[in-house]
Design a protein around this ligand. Structure first.
Ligand SMILES: Cc1cc2nc3c(=O)[nH]c(=O)nc-3n(C[C@H](O)[C@H](O)[C@H](O)COP(=O)(O)OP(=O)(O)OC[C@H]3O[C@@H](n4cnc5c(N)ncnc54)[C@H](O)[C@@H]3O)c2cc1C
Length: 437
């Protein structure tokens, strides 16, 4: 078997395998399904995730449309607030919001790696210097096997619940008809029936409706039964139903992400409600964080102790993003009639809050915390832990205004003379700019 075995050919596992190959590590992806997952799930990725995919030669732009922003509506479809995206590209050089279809992405990623389909992993045994996966030897195992992860159980990790569970109906539609709708995300902020609508592709659309107690997806299996839900946006006669499914959106994080030579990534390690479209993005960030470290440890360039920085860096980041998703979900949909009233009063005035539009639309996620590979001073602001715009080098790279003139403004704003950039684009350390000479 290959030195690294990836369990699960979802987007996290495929990306991890492609990144490992980029860093010169052979790996094999084992997938229990006999053919790729056909159903749409994720529909949004930000520009940080776009950059990770670009680093393995995947052009997300070829299969996506730039997102136009967010519109908040009340139950009567009156616009409460609107946040439009103007810029074509963000600081990494890609659109900050990208609408796409998950099976399209998985199809492209699969061409980059070796996948063994129909190979369910049922046994993982750790030995001192190797792991046995279904009896075969590997140096490391990456558990990218989704929410019901076998690997998670095998290493004795448990999901910790962050107190969120909502049942939603997810409706995917194909149509060539012009629905004549504004092309950003529509969020209906209504306690009785929260809903989300968005255009995903040229002829692909997604609706999500919060299910009421006693309702199930079985109540909405055809377009005639979906009519009252979809009517505010479209005539069902123009639509072709691709699928209807019920999902319980949860917020959970595994209590440990590593046991010796076995790691958890993606949905196997964390679950988030999709309100800010960050579940899959988090899996891609896990893959980018771990792949170069594993390669450097295998090559003897870094000590094995740096592998502990994977959970230390990624878990707090994931927790922050999950809290943000929960907060946004609650702000848009909770609070009963009083919540609806409050939203009607507050949301139309949001444009008066200075800087709020930029904050709502910003795709920049928080900097990583201090670790052996993020040298952040305690009492001074620093670029360390943040992402360098538009750069994911093959090797650790020092950037200065002289070597990278396009980064001169970024360094100046970060009060840095130079920055050491890791292969995942994270700033390991920044040298403060001295007093003016
Ligand atoms: C309705 C909905 C909307 C969403 N919207 C967004 C969004 O807009 N943006 C976003 O970023 N995320 C979104 N997500 C989340 C996103 O879809 C998931 O986070 C993502 O699919 C997780 O990828 P993964 O590779 O970690 O896991 P998965 O996609 O679950 O893949 C795991 C793979 O492992 C395989 N496997 C399992 N067990 C074994 C085994 N024992 N042996 C071998 N193989 C195994 C499975 O068959 C599967 O192929 C959404 C999710 C849902 C449900």
């Amino acid at each position: 078997m290959a030195p690294v075995v990836v369990v699960g050919a979802g987007p996290t596992g495929l990306t991890a395998a492609a990144l490992l190959a980029r860093h010169g590590v052979d790996c094999l992806v084992l997938e229990r399904r006999t053919r790729p997952h056909p159903q749409p799930r994720a529909v949004h990725l930000d520009d940080e995730a776009y950059a990770i995919l670009a680093s393995v030669g995947v052009d997300l732009g070829a299969i996506s449309r730039p997102g136009q922003g967010l519109r908040l509506l009340d139950a009567g479809m009156r616009v409460l607030a609107e946040f439009r995206r103007d810029a074509a590209a963000g600081r990494h050089g890609y659109p900050e919001a990208n609408m796409f279809d998950q099976p399209d992405l998985e199809r492209i990623l699969r061409r980059k790696v070796t996948v063994l389909d129909g190979a369910e992993v049922t046994e993982i045994i750790q030995h001192g210097d190797h792991v046995r996966v279904n009896g075969e030897r590997a140096d490391y195992v990456l558990g990218c096997d989704g929410a019901n992860s076998f690997v998670r159980n095998a290493i004795g990790a448990r999901m910790r619940d962050l107190g969120f569970a909502q049942r939603w109906l997810v409706v995917d539609i194909d149509t060539d008809a012009d629905l004549g709708q504004w092309e950003g995300v529509h969020q209906v902020c209504d306690t009785r029936r929260a809903a989300t609508y968005m255009r995903v592709g040229k002829s692909r659309y997604r609706w999500e409706f919060r299910l009421r107690d006693g309702e199930t997806a079985a109540d909405y299996q055809d377009l005639s039964r979906l009519r009252p839900l979809i009517a505010p946006w479209a005539r069902v006669e123009d639509l072709e139903l691709r699928r209807v499914a019920e999902y319980t959106f949860r917020a959970q994080i595994a209590d440990k992400w590593r046991h010796d030579r076995v790691f958890l990534l993606g949905d196997a390690a964390h679950l988030t409600p999709p309100f800010i479209g960050q579940g899959l993005g988090a899996g891609l960030r896990d893959a980018a964080n771990l792949a170069w470290k594993l390669a450097a440890v295998r090559d003897g360039e870094l000590p094995a102790s740096v592998l502990d920085t994977y959970q230390a860096e990624r878990l707090p980041h994931v927790r922050t993003m999950i809290r943000l998703a929960k907060l946004l979900g609650a702000a848009m949909t909770e609070g009963g009639e009083f919540g609806n009233l409050l939203r009607r009063v507050v949301m139309p005035r949001l444009h008066l809050v200075p800087g709020l539009k930029n904050r709502v639309l910003s795709s920049e996620t928080p900097a990583l915390r201090r670790s052996e590979l993020v040298r952040r001073p305690r009492f001074r602001r620093s670029l360390a832990g943040s992402l360098c715009p538009g750069l994911m080098p093959d090797r650790m790279t020092v950037v200065t205004a002289e070597t990278h003139p396009e980064l001169a403004d970024w360094l100046r704003h970060g009060h840095a003379r130079a920055a050491l950039i890791r292969p995942d684009g994270v700033v390991l350390e920044a040298t403060p700019s001295g007093p003016p000479r």
